[in-house]
Write a protein that binds this ligand. Structure first.
Ligand code: PLP
Length: 428
C-alpha cells in the first residue's frame, strides 16, 4: 500500500470501502459525549444494533408462548440452533452438521478433550504453543491430572527460538516428529492471543496425523477474524468463543467443530446429556444414550436461546457483508495501514520506540498487532485511553490493537496513529 499520513488519505480509503456502511450497524460507546476509537475487538466485539431486536423477539416468544415456544412461533427453540449452524459453518470452513453453538469455550475445551485426548500406553503427551492462553493451560493441566497423568511430564510446550517472538512452522513440525508415538493430542491456538501469530493449521494438522495424534485448535482469536478451512484441513476438532470477533455479547455462547469423519466413531468417549440425544426419540426419555448424528450429538443441555439470539444477530451481519473472505480482504488492508502508522510514528520519533511482535506477513496474522514499547508502555497506553483510544494492555508489556473490518474505519486508524505520535511526544 502506498501510504500517506493525511486525514484525506484515510477518508479516501473509507470512501472506497464497500463495507463502510456496516459501521452504522453497531453501537459505538462514547466518552464525554464523543465516540471512542474502539480497537479492542480481540477482547469483546461491539454490540450490533440489531442484537436488541433479536433478543426482544425471543423475549416476546417467551412472554406469549411460554413452554410452547420450544415448538411453536416463528422460530421454535427446538430448532433455533440449526440456523446458527448454517451461519457459522462458512465462517470456519465447515459443513453445517460439523458445528454447534453450545456452552462456553473452556467448558468445550474440556468436552473435546474427553473425546479426543485418549492417553494409552506411552502415547500420553499433549503439544501446545508456549504461552497459550491461561484458561487453555489450566484446562489441559487439570484434564491430565484427572487422568492421573503428571502435566509436567506430559505437556510439551513449544517456544520461539532465542531472540525471536513467534514460532516457526518448521520447528512445530520438527517437535511433532520428535514426539512421534508419544503424542496423543496437539492442542494449539489458531491465533496466539498475545503475539497475534496465525498458525499454519493445515501443516500442523498434517504433521500431527502423520504421527497418529489427534489435532484440535482453540480458535478464540481466529474465528470471525481470518478465513478458516477446518473441514478441508482435516482438523479433528476446534472450539472458539463468540464474544471476541463474533460480537455476540460478553460471555456469549461458544462454538465447536467436530470433523464428520468422527461422527460414527462409537469408540470416542463423550460426556453426554439429553440435548445430544437422537432428536427423533429424545422425548421418549429412555435409558441408554443414543447420540444425534453430527456435532449436535455433543450437546448436553437445552439451548440457551437468549445467548443464541444475540449470536444470530451478529452472524447475520457476517452473512450480509458477503462472508468472511470479504471481511478478511478489508481486514488485511486495515492492519497494513495500522502497521504503516506505527512505523511512521517510530520514524517521526527518530527511534524504534515500538516493536511489533506480530508477524509482518499477512498470511501469518489476523487483524491484531501486538506492540512492545521500549519504555513507558503502560503510560503511553493510559494516555491513549484518555484520548478515547481503546486498545488493550496485556501484562507484562504488550499493547494489542485490533481493527475489525465490520465496524472500524481507516479514519479510526488515522486517529490512533496521530494520538499515538502525540502521546509519545508528550511523554518523552
Ligand atoms: C478468550 C479466550 C478464552 C476464554 O475462555 P472462556 O471460557 O470463554 O472464558 C480461552 N482461550 C483462549 C485462547 C482465548 O483467547
Amino acid at each position: 500500500m502506498n501510504f500517506d499520513t493525511s486525514l484525506a488519505f484515510a477518508r479516501a480509503l473509507d470512501a472506497q470501502d464497500p463495507l463502510q456502511s456496516f459501521r452504522s450497524r453497531f453501537l459505538i460507546p462514547k466518552h464525554q459525549g464523543q465516540e471512542i476509537v474502539y480497537l479492542c475487538g480481540n477482547s469483546l466485539g461491539l454490540q450490533p444494533k440489531q442484537a436488541k431486536d433479536f433478543l426482544q423477539q425471543q423475549l416476546n416468544q417467551w412472554e406469549n408462548l411460554a413452554v410452547e415456544g420450544w415448538f411453536e412461533g416463528d422460530t421454535p427453540w427446538m430448532t433455533y440452533h440449526k440456523e446458527l449452524q448454517s451461519l457459522l459453518a462458512p465462517i470456519v470452513g465447515a459443513k453445517p452438521e460439523e458445528v454447534i453453538p453450545m456452552n462456553n469455550l473452556t467448558v468445550n475445551l474440556h468436552l473435546m478433550m474427553v473425546s479426543f485426548y485418549r492417553p494409552k500406553g506411552k502415547r500420553i503427551k499433549v503439544l501446545m504453543e508456549g504461552g497459550a492462553f491461561p484458561s487453555d493451560q489450566y484446562a489441559v493441566e487439570s484434564h491430565l491430572r484427572f487422568h492421573g497423568i503428571d502435566p509436567d511430564k506430559a505437556i510439551i510446550e513449544i517456544f520461539p527460538r532465542e531472540g525471536e517472538e513467534t514460532l516457526r512452522t518448521e520447528d512445530i513440525v520438527k517437535t511433532i516428529k520428535e514426539q512421534g508415538d508419544e503424542l496423543a493430542l496437539i492442542l494449539f491456538g489458531g491465533i496466539n492471543y498475545y503475539t497475534g501469530q496465525l498458525f499454519d493449521l493445515n501443516t500442523i494438522t498434517k504433521a500431527g496425523h502423520e504421527v497418529a495424534a489427534y489435532v484440535g485448535f482453540d480458535l478464540a482469536h481466529a474465528a470471525g477474524n481470518v478465513v478458516l478451512n477446518l473441514h478441508d484441513n482435516n482438523v479433528d476438532f476446534a472450539c472458539w468463543c463468540s464474544y471476541k470477533y463474533m460480537n455476540s455479547s460478553p460471555g456469549g455462547i461458544s462454538g465447536v467443530f467436530i470433523h464428520e469423519k468422527h461422527f460414527n466413531d462409537a469408540s470416542l468417549n463423550r460426556f453426554a446429556g439429553w440435548w445430544g440425544y437422537q432428536e427423533t426419540t429424545r422425548f421418549q426419555m429412555t435409558k441408554g444414550f443414543v447420540p444425534e448424528k453430527g456435532a449436535e450429538g455433543w450437546q448436553l443441555s437445552c439451548s440457551p436461546v437468549m445467548m443464541m439470539a444475540l449470536h444470530k444477530a451478529s452472524l447475520k451481519l457476517f452473512e450480509e457483508a458477503g462472508g468472511i473472505a470479504v471481511l478478511r480482504a478489508k481486514s488485511e488492508k486495515l492492519t497494513a495501514y495500522l502497521e504503516n502508522w506505527i512505523n511512521q510514528v517510530n520514524d517521526e520519533l527518530g527511534e524504534q520506540l515500538f516493536r511489533i511482535i506480530t508477524p509482518s506477513d499477512s498470511a501469518s496474522r489476523g487483524c491484531q498487532l501486538s506492540l512492545i514499547a521500549k519504555r513507558n508502555g503502560k503510560q503511553i497506553f493510559d494516555e491513549l485511553v484518555k484520548r478515547r483510544i481503546v486498545g488493550d494492555w496485556r501484562e507484562p508489556n504488550v499493547i494489542r490493537i485490533s481493527p475489525v473490518p465490520l465496524y472500524n474505519s481507516f479514519e479510526d486508524i488515522f486517529r490512533f496513529g496521530t494520538e499515538l505520535a502525540d502521546s509519545c511526544r508528550k511523554l518523552n
